[in-house]
Ligand binder design. Structure first.
Ligand code: BGC
Length: 767
């Protein structure tokens, strides 16, 4: 039977692409840093990456990207003078595992050299209790007495896409601690790495060669005896708030960890992980494949959730490397935030705060990007200060090697509305207005201000229109009246108006201060007008289909297969000025369907079905964000088998490594946290039928065929609930600590949920 709490693989196939994919799938992270799923002996050629959250650098005119730290988990072993690597020819067995329960990576490899056999085992984790800390346990055992050399320490040969980012590198030894530090190019931020070990055997000398700061351990290994040591490493940067020099903080962290010991460190780490799973696990009975893939997806989200108090967000490729410039996209607000909001609002706070922190960046972008833009134009690819890392030429043409003009940065304006919607969702589902008061309301009003400056008032039609944009479907640039974009803009006006009304009622003084601070009082009537008069393409009266943008229906019809058959290069880009999809109705990803999902309570099942049927055959699913939107909408009109297939695609995207590695000439390999969020969303909000707003939680389950039951945890307005859904009944267990009685709507019937009192009701799945 499949182990539903781990992932493992046997053997190791070399080759760049397979190493890259393995590295993604087996990565570990703790919000502060990610460590790719590479092996102890690997180096930059095997894409070892310790990607740090929230610290970026630019070298020359290359793309800005997050900084990778020197690798303090490096260890390489020689047996009788022969250097061993899982990629070499001396491997007789190799297995590796990722434990979902506590995000521990482990490997075991058996090597043979000079007629001797050595078994190497190691495990690695990034502490969930102490974010700067990582721990490795490493052991060797020889079947015959043998001469073994272990080189372990800090490898400063760093894998970078657009680096090297660290200059003035120094390697030192402070007593028993190895130390490496460097400084970034652009902002001169220091990155400090320290390493200490517990070594109960062998003799140790120190070596700094080949850009490595190493201990060399000589060992005369006895036959059959296991030699184990523990390694503690710490990474600190100028982004950390510590009241002592960074080097001291790093040294102290590893010394303390060593004093506490591997067991002690692990206990704290495991306890944190137990707490995470307690709140966030989803159990599916009857479908191991789905259970495993969903749990893996949840693990990914839990690993990369920002450290408390950091106000960091989650990049589109999480902490799996520097792809997509380590930037935060709408992926976070629309695809990942729902998971955190419904399970662990304390993490959701960080994601939302990130947009408050980067408001000035969004203001800068509005000022510099367009004629007369005002307010907050959020970055399409947002880094630490909110400035846009997206370039005007963001895709390379594989035929000519030339950069293609793309308009993601200047025209994908729906990002601003996605931010406003997320801010408001946080308020609605948590009931916590403190973020609104601490910058959230300001964000919302500045978002509305931006759309007002972007919109055109068509006098002849008596309405506002949002023109010249890119919707989620990136293959059709510079279109008018994109339904998704116009809808989120309209929603932004509605949210701005609701925010003002709420503050006026509950915090009039704070409202006055805010309106004066950003001098926006005079614009409020315009927002009310725009909420009413902003045009959003409506469903066709006869077919129910919403035109994705003006003129979309006039484009050439084609199938995805026909289009793909015309491709001359496997990586050619289908959009920009003259990509193959541009003149056709083929879309990259859910667009109208993404809107039907985002605002799902606004549209009938009939409209959802009409649009799903129309757009599904015309969708390439060229983005990992697409399948889950189709899954969610299919559930709503009862197309459960289709939904299930899309759910599995989403949940297994990294496990099966079915994604584009190159778009044009741009390397895209990395993990897909938005799809992970989409998988959770489909399981819980989709099949589980959870729909929460400011007034109540509604549950309309529609379990797919295979699922006998579904259990999950729900956080709502500061209270906690456990939900168990079978095919005929639904049980709600409100936590004993809940502050109040809630009324849930189960299949349309009100159900009182009293603290500590579980209730079970029978239901009939909605048709
Ligand atoms: C998609 C975007 C997405 C980005 C990052 C692109 O391929 O079209 O919608 O935000 O990837 O995941």
């Amino acid at each position: 039977m499949k182990n539903l709490w781990s992932l493992s693989a046997n053997g190791f196939v070399g080759g760049k692409e397979s190493i890259m994919r393995r590295g993604n799938v087996y990565q570990i992270a703790n919000g502060y840093m990610g460590y790719r799923g590479t092996l102890d002996e690997f180096g930059p050629d095997e894409l070892v990456g310790i990607t740090l959250a929230g610290i970026f650098d630019r070298v020359g005119s290359a793309w800005r990207e997050p900084v990778n730290a020197p690798n303090a988990a490096f260890t390489r072993v020689s047996l009788e003078g022969v250097e061993l690597s899982a990629l070499g020819s001396r491997v007789t067995r190799h297995e590796q595992t990722l434990n979902f329960a506590n995000a521990v990576f482990g490997r075991k490899t058996v090597f043979a050299a000079k007629a001797k056999t050595l078994t190497l085992e190691s495990s690695r984790w990034l502490s969930a209790a102490t974010p700067n800390l990582g721990v490795v346990t490493f052991s060797v055992r020889c079947a015959q007495a043998a001469r073994v050399t272990i080189r372990t320490g800090i490898d400063c040969n760093i894998w970078d896409l657009n680096g090297p980012h660290l200059r003035q590198m120094t390697a030192e030894k402070h007593g028993p601690v190895l130390l490496v530090q460097g400084v970034t190019h652009e902002n001169s931020k220091r990155v400090v790495v320290a390493e200490a070990i517990d070594l109960p055997f062998g003799t140790e000398t120190h070596e700094t060669t080949d850009n490595r700061n190493l201990r060399v351990i000589q060992l005369r290994a006895e036959a059959g005896r296991t030699y184990t040591f523990h390694k503690y490493f710490a990474v600190f940067t100028d982004n950390d708030t510590v009241n002592k020099p960074l080097t001291e903080a790093a040294i102290e962290t590893v010394q303390q960890a060593r004093a506490l010991g591997r067991e002690g460190c692990r206990e704290r780490h495991d306890a944190e992980w137990a707490r995470k799973w307690e709140r966030c696990d989803v159990e599916i009975a009857g479908d191991d494949e789905a259970q495993h893939a969903l749990r893996y997806s949840i693990l990914q989200l839990l690993m990369v959730a920002p450290v408390r108090g950091s106000a960091n967000s989650i990049p589109a490729r999480a902490l799996s490397g520097q792809v997509y410039k380590g930037a935060v996209f709408w992926d976070t607000e629309i695809f990942m935030l729902p998971f955190f909001l419904h399970t662990d609002p304390e993490k959701a706070v960080e994601l939302v705060r990130y947009r408050i922190k980067t408001l000035d960046g969004a203001r800068r972008k509005a000022k510099t990007e367009g004629p007369g833009y005002r307010g907050a134009f959020y970055a399409w690819e947002s880094q630490e200060a909110g400035d846009d890392a997206c370039t005007y030429f963001n895709v390379g043409d594989p035929f000519t090697g030339r950069d293609l003009r793309t308009h993601f940065r200047d025209k994908q304006v729906h990002i601003t509305g996605d931010v406003a919607i997320a801010m408001w969702e946080y308020f609605k589902l948590t009931g916590d207005d403190s973020l609104l008061l601490e910058g959230g309301a300001e964000v919302i009003l500045e978002c509305a201000r931006f759309y007002y400056s972007y919109a055109y008032f068509k006098k002849d039609k008596g309405r506002y229109e949002i023109l010249d944009v890119i919707g989620p479907d990136e293959y059709h640039e510079r279109v008018n009246n994109n339904a998704f974009t116009s809808m989120v803009a309209k929603e932004t006006f509605a949210i701005a108006n609701a925010t003002v009304a709420y503050l006026r009622r509950n915090h009039p003084k704070a409202l006055r201060t805010l309106l004066a601070k950003i001098d926006i009082q005079g614009e409020l009537p315009r927002f009310r007008e725009a909420e009413n008069l902003l045009y959003v393409p409506a469903p066709d009266a006869r077919t129910g289909v919403i035109e994705q943008f003006d003129g979309y229906f006039q484009l050439k019809d084609a199938t995805v297969e026909e289009l793909k058959a015309k491709m001359v290069h496997p990586n050619e880009y289908l959009g920009a000025a003259q990509g193959l999809a541009v003149a056709t109705k083929i879309i990259k990803q859910a667009d109208v369907v993404a809107m039907l999902n985002l605002l799902r309570s606004r549209f009938s099942a009939k409209i959802k079905k009409a649009n799903w049927d129309y757009y599904e055959p015309r969708t390439e699913h060229g983005s990992s964000l697409s399948a889950c939107a189709y899954a969610m909408v299919a559930i709503e009109f009862g197309h459960l088998d289709f939904a299930y297939n899309y759910f599995l695609q989403t949940a297994k995207i990294d496990l099966e490594a079915k994604y584009k590695v190159y778009v044009g000439t741009v390397f895209m390999g990395g993990s897909h946290p938005a799809a992970n969020g989409g998988a959770w969303m489909t399981a819980v909000l989709g099949f589980g039928g959870v729909q929460a707003d400011e007034n109540r939680v509604a549950l309309n389950p529609r379990l797919c065929r295979k699922w006998k039951s579904l259990r999950f945890h729900l956080a709502y307005k500061g209270d906690d609930f456990r939900i168990r859904i079978t095919r005929t009944s639904l049980t709600i267990v409100p936590s004993r600590a809940n502050a109040r009685i809630h009324t849930f709507l189960v299949a349309g019937r009100p159900v009182k949920c009293r603290p500590g009192r579980s209730v079970t009701v029978n239901y009939r799945p909605a048709k």
